[in-house]
Structures are given as C-alpha cells and as structure tokens.
Design a protein around this ligand. Structure first.
Ligand SMILES: Nc1nc2c(ncn2[C@@H]2O[C@H](COP(=O)(O)OP(=O)(O)O)[C@@H](O)[C@H]2O)c(=O)[nH]1
Ligand SMILES: [Mg+2]
Length: 224
C-alpha cells in the first residue's frame, strides 16, 4: 500500500531472465502485487519471476501490447505501475513517481526518458527514432509529448475502462498515452526519470517497429 492505495506493478517479459531478477529484487515493499506477463520465454524468466514472488501470467500470443492487456486484466490494485523486465527503467523511482502522480492529480503519468538521457543509455538510432515518433504524435494529437515510446507509466486502474486499446504490438505504448490524452476525465502528464542501458537482448526491431508505430499514429488519428 502507498498512502492507502493498493499498488500493482505489471512487467511484460520476453526472455529477460537476468533483467527481471534484478528488477524484482528492487521492487519496494509497499508494492502489493507484481504481475510478470511471460510471452513464451525460452529462458528461465518465468521460473525466476515465480521464485522472486511475482504472479506469473502466461500469454501465448506474442506482442508487447497483448502482454500488457492480459496483465492489466489480472491486476487488482488501485494504481498500476508498468516497466520493462530489462532493468532499464528505474525501479527505485517508484515512490518518486507515485508522489508526483498524486501531486499532479492526473489519472495517467508517463515517465519520460529523453530529457535527462545519458549517452550510454540509448543508441543514436533509437534516440532519433524516439524523438521523431514523439514529434509526430505531438503534432497529430496536438499535445506536446517528449517521450511517446516510454514504457513506464503510473495510472489509476479505473482509467482503463475509459480507454480503447487496440494495439497488440509495440504501438501499445503510444496508444495508451493517446487514450489518456484524449480523455479529459483521465488527464495526462510526463515526469523525467533516469533511463539506463538494458540488460539482455533488445526485443524492439528499430526499423520495423518504428515504421509500424508511425503508421499506427496516422491510423489512430484518422480512424483508418
Ligand atoms: N510479454 C512480452 N513482452 C515483450 C514482447 N516484446 C517485448 N517484450 C518486453 O517488453 C519490454 C520492452 O521491450 P524492449 O526490447 O526492452 O524494447 P524497448 O525498451 O522499447 O527498447 C521488455 O521487458 C521485453 O521483454 C512480447 O512480445 N511479449
Ligand atoms: Mg526496454
């Protein structure tokens, strides 16, 4: 519990046995429930997550968005916090983000990686890609967003009932922010966090996912 609110952490996980162990070891004691959504990892991710006390949910259909939707449907907390299983997002910033979330009085807070990014945390290609995607989303949805691809969010679970989440892939990250931005009942903010180099192999395919995410933005904006 954090200030009388039940906290659920949801982590999508595809072959992250080293990263997920480190992430779970650092989850603060006030977190009530940790859900790791395993997408058929072929390494020991599921076993490690289970041993570390997480609820392991197995989702057989692949996809980052698919994994999140399944994880959210199992969450029972008042507040959901998300992060990757690769130890790139700061687990130790959870209380800072929850304080900011309550202070801002919004329904959805996104942790932004780009304003304080160090050189070693992200390749130049990814930095450019993330900035282009964030810029296109800002123009299309008339709201300045510094990091449309961030995977660390804090939101009221109840906000999900006001969202229409269609993406099963990497575009889920931008879609959930768009849904929060569009819905005045939810309210959207960003806060800076320190992002670091991931542990293990990247699952993102930069060109393919980047292009798919751009096309998704146009389809979502113009209802195609
Ligand atoms: N469950 C699940 N997790 C995925 C899938 N693809 C990626 N992930 C996880 O989602 C997170 C984000 O992927 P990552 O490669 O770190 O992408 P990036 O952070 O955008 O560069 C990581 O924790 C991955 O293990 C998937 O198809 N299913
Ligand atoms: Mg990652």
């Amino acid at each position: 519990m954090y200030k009388n609110l039940r906290i659920t952490v949801v982590i999508p996980c595809l072959n992250e046995e080293q990263g997920v162990q480190k992430v779970l070891a650092e989850v603060p004691a006030f977190v009530d429930e940790v859900i790791v959504v395993d997408n058929g990892s072929t390494d020991r991710s599921a076993e490690v997550a289970h041993q570390m006390g997480a609820i392991v949910v197995s989702e057989l259909s692949r996809g980052y968005g698919r994994a999140y939707k399944t994880g959210f449907s199992r969450a029972t907390g008042d507040i959901i916090v998300t992060l990757d299983g690769d130890h790139s997002y700061p687990v130790d910033a959870l209380s800072y983000l929850l304080e900011a979330f309550m202070h801002c009085r919004v329904g959805f807070l996104s942790a932004s990686r780009l304003p304080t990014l160090t050189d070693d945390a992200m390749s130049l290609k990814h930095k450019i890609g993330n900035r282009v995607l964030s810029f296109v989303m800002s123009i299309l949805f008339l709201r300045w967003v510094t990091d449309s691809q961030s995977g660390m969010w804090v939101f009221r679970r109840e906000a999900l009932s006001h969202m229409k989440l269609t993406s099963d892939g990497m575009a889920f990250s931008e879609e959930i922010k768009i849904e929060a931005i569009k819905n005045k009942k939810i309210g959207f903010r960003e806060m800076s966090i320190n992002y670091s180099q991931r542990i293990g192999e990247k699952k993102l395919r930069p060109w393919r996912d980047g292009l798919a995410n751009i096309l998704f933005l146009f389809r979502k904006r113009f209802g195609l």
